[in-house]
Design a protein around this ligand. Structure first.
Ligand code: NI
Length: 159
């Protein structure tokens, strides 16, 4: 396993704006990438990471919340219900936080590392993370649509 370099908005926004391509086949290389992405996400204290954020334009996402660790290959959101408003950040935009509106509950279909299709339904933070990471695969960054950015003085209070 290896720590990967996280692409930052301030260094290469153009790359983060690119659209990721579907994974055709789960190869050992893809599995190694998943392992490295998990290690990189944990090392950065993040709860989600998309492959584009480590320089790979493939539709691959890892998420870890108190609900567990999830690896999503070619994820497609099939259902969104409810609404939540809360604080959101991104490992590619260190030091920035915003209030966002997201669905309360999200269902996503994806492939696992065995190449098997599965469905995952997440609430609250997991729902927010699924939306955030799937957006990355289409070059969308959470700051594109926020209720408002948090000010530096609010960061000290809230985090
Ligand atoms: Ni992000």
């Amino acid at each position: 396993m290896a720590l990967l370099k996280i692409v930052k908005e301030s260094e290469d926004l153009e790359f983060l704006r690119r659209k990721s391509a579907p994974v055709k086949e789960v190869t050992p290389r893809i599995c190694a990438l998943l392992d490295d992405m998990i290690e990189t996400m944990r090392n950065a204290n993040g709860c989600g990471l998309a492959a584009v954020q480590v320089g790979v334009l493939r539709r691959i996402v890892v998420i870890e919340t108190e609900d567990g660790l999830f690896e999503l290959i070619n994820p497609v959101i099939t259902k969104k219900t409810g609404e939540q408003e809360g604080v959101e950040g991104c490992l590619s935009l260190p030091g920035k936080w915003a209030i966002t509106k997201r669905p309360q509950c999200v269902t996503v279909r994806a492939m696992d590392r065995e190449g098997k299709e599965f469905e995952l339904t997440g609430y609250d933070l997991l729902a927010k993370a699924i939306c955030h990471e799937v957006d990355h695969l289409d070059g969308i960054i959470y700051t594109d649509n926020v209720v408002r950015m948090l000010r530096p003085d609010e960061l000290e209070e809230d985090n």
